[in-house]
Design a protein around this ligand. Structure first.
Ligand SMILES: [Zn+2]
Length: 195
């Protein structure tokens, strides 16, 4: 866990301040995992613990996985790297022109195929849920969720066992309840300027 935090920090992938999330909520920590994943060696190191835990559970018969699916864009490299370490195929879902999460590019799942969903960051597991819906409508079965950063607020659960590389305490608020707004600190939309 501490090694993963160090990798995130040295990659500039973990920012502290006052941020506006795409969900509209405000937070004190923002993760841009792409900054870590741009280094293949760091991607491998950050996900080794997750791959090891998945491998152990697969060996113990607690989990069975046929393929790994990452919701685009954040999940693509995470899925690929876990697939590389576990010897499993990895592909991705993406949004169509109407914003609906779907399988494209000729990717296919088969009825009963057991899918591990891979994400960079899990906050509400919303995009994982949308991917799961798309895959399950095609007959596949989502069996687990893996991620680099688990930053769920207290009480937010996922419908599947979660395998995070690191779990961080990142507070997030509805805009109206934001403690940092109350202190008059301006919120920054990540990606809208250089850090
Ligand atoms: Zn705020």
């Amino acid at each position: 866990m501490e090694e993963v935090i160090a990798l995130l920090k040295e990659s500039g992938a973990m920012l502290e301040g006052h941020f506006l999330l795409s969900s509209g909520r405000h937070t004190n920590r923002y993760f841009q995992c792409a900054k870590l994943l741009q280094y293949p060696d760091r991607a491998a190191a950050a996900l080794r613990g997750v791959a090891d835990r998945l491998h152990a559970d697969i060996q113990a018969g607690k989990l069975a996985v046929d393929a790994i699916v990452g919701p685009a864009i954040g999940g693509i490299i995470v899925a690929y790297e876990l697939g590389r370490q576990l010897g499993l195929p990895a592909f991705f879902t993406e949004r169509d022109d109407t914003g609906f999460m779907t399988l494209r590019r000729g990717f296919e799942v088969t009825p009963g195929q057991r899918i591990l969903i891979a994400e960079d960051v899990v906050t509400t597991a919303k995009s994982s849920g949308e991917s799961a819906g798309a895959l399950e409508s095609l007959g596949a079965q989502v069996v687990a969720l893996a991620c680099i950063v688990d930053r769920r607020a207290e009480g937010v659960t996922t419908p599947w066992p979660l395998y995070p590389a690191v779990t961080v305490d990142a507070v997030n608020w509805e805009a109206a309840d934001c403690e940092l707004c109350k202190k008059g600190i301006p919120a920054v939309k990540p990606g809208s300027r250089k850090f």
